[in-house]
Design a protein around this ligand. Structure first.
Ligand SMILES: Cc1ncc(COP(=O)(O)O)c(C=O)c1O
Ligand SMILES: N[C@@H](CCCC[NH3+])C(=O)O
Length: 425
């Protein structure tokens, strides 16, 4: 079925809706709901597109790091590792997950604006690819830790590129006023300090302008800014071996969304660098959402319906803001499909089961009026759904199933009631 929001293998045959060749109602019966379902073909396709596009346009080394915060699942990280991707982590916990998935330490980069001494020490002890230094205090922490060890660490320095992108204000990061990174003049001072250290190895510059970005020209502008910093450092005899353009490429949540494609990003950025400083450094990009978003769907069961005359109709499902907080947090829009025998279409809002009036997954959805027990699918739930799970109302974290070629594999177990008591005394 042609759609920007459906996973590549999503389809309907005479019997059922299917994903990865597996019947979706069958998955619901077998694994219960809510259920996250991931299409392996879509994951692989997105990873290959990133790798192939840089290979085609960028004439030097490049690294694609999966920002695992989007979907920190061992099996997913392993799939990407097998396609040649590394991992971007932002906490000690994410570092632990990436290492547990078998990503080799040199392919793990660690960013974040408030790394603790313990997290930095963990990264140094594991000898990861690079710490992405966000501020002067972090530099002091690294210096302090290295003064007590016979170790070295590679670092990138995160700059604020002063680029404001058109996305939700909570997920913009490159504008002048941001908690992430340093203004360029301060970053240059920090780099001079780093260069005086024997065991802090300066590798290059890091940047990230935000998430769910549709405008490739923002990345072209970013490439210009990075080129200026590169030239400034060159004039100070400081070599820049690596530069990161961050992640942030958007995906379609509804048919109205028109995200740019990955190949356009690679071509435009590569062309800009060719024009400015050449491909004389290792280019890094750090996609999260655009690798996993479209691969995921969430399957719910419809529990109840009601009609408030002349006001609104509601259909409530057995999940909600615990498994997808994005509508409540950002007003994010989603596409859905009801699997029902009823044909009469109407307009209703799809509500979650949580004790919050704001727990509405989709407002004013148009589709067939379902019966309790029918299934509802929401699309593009691969990114920042599982990872932003909250256990509000003591809900159980849903299971995750991976599908491919008619086969399914449980890759995360559903929580049970005992899990809710774990750690409680
Ligand atoms: C530094 C950094 N890199 C990469 C990403 C991944 O972003 P996205 O999932 O939008 O590709 C993020 C999250 O926005 C980030 O903070
Ligand atoms: N959590 C955000 C993206 C944040 C990106 C973090 N670097 C979302 O769901 O859209």
């Amino acid at each position: 079925m042609e759609s920007k929001v459906y996973p590549i293998t999503f389809c309907k045959d005479d019997q059922d809706y299917k994903i990865g060749g597996v019947s979706i109602p069958y998955l619901g019966e077998k694994h219960n709901t809510p259920l996250y379902i991931l299409d392996k073909s879509t994951l692989s396709f997105q990873a290959n597109t990133y790798m192939d596009s840089w290979k085609k346009y960028y004439k030097n080394n490049y690294k694609v790091l999966f920002a695992i915060k989007a979907l920190p699942i061992l099996e997913v990280i392993r799939i990407f590792k097998n396609h040649g991707l590394g991992a971007l982590v932002s906490t000690g916990g994410e570092l632990y997950i990436a290492l547990s998935a078998g990503v080799s330490p040199e392919n793990i980069y660690f960013h974040g604006n408030a790394k603790t001494l313990r997290e930095i020490e963990y990264a140094i002890d594991q000898n990861i690819g690079a710490l992405i230094i966000d501020n002067f205090d972090e530099y002091e922490k690294i210096k302090y830790l290295l003064s007590k060890k016979d170790a070295k660490i590679n670092v990138l320095v995160r700059i604020i590129p002063n680029i404001e992108v058109n996305t939700h204000r909570s997920i913009r990061t490159g504008q002048t006023d941001t908690k992430f990174g340093l203004p360029i003049d301060q970053a240059l001072i920090l780099i001079q300090k780093i260069k005086k250290e024997k065991n802090i190895i300066f590798k290059g510059i890091h940047s990230h302008i935000g998430s769910q970005i549709f405008d490739i020209s923002a990345y072209v502008k970013l490439s210009e800014v990075l080129s200026e910093v590169y030239n400034e450092l060159k004039s100070q005899n400081i070599a820049v071996e690596e530069m990161s353009i961050g992640g942030g490429l958007g995906v379609a949540y509804t048919e109205e969304d028109n995200p740019p494609n990955i190949e356009d990003l690679a071509r435009e950025v590569s062309n800009k660098f060719k024009e400015t400083i050449g491909h004389n450094f290792t280019l890094i990009c750090e996609p999260g959402r655009s690798l996993v978003g479209r691969a995921g769907i969430t399957l719910y069961r419809i529990e109840s319906r009601k009609e408030l005359p002349n006001i609104r109709k509601y259909v409530s499902v057995d999940g909600g803001m615990s498994d997808n907080i994005r509508p409540s947090l950002y007003g994010a829009k989603y596409s859905a499909l009801v699997i029902t025998k009823n044909e009469k279409e109407t307009i209703f809002s799809i509500a979650g089961k949580h004790c919050e009036s704001g727990d509405i997954l989709i407002k004013d959805f148009k589709g067939p009026w379902p019966n309790p027990g029918d299934y509802l699918i929401t699309f593009t739930t691969g990114a920042y759904n599982f990872s932003m799970y909250t256990w509000y109302n003591a809900t159980l974290r849903p299971a995750v199933v991976l599908v491919e070629n008619g086969k399914e594999k449980l890759i995360v177990k559903r929580e049970n009631y005992e899990d809710l008591l774990r750690g409680q005394l």
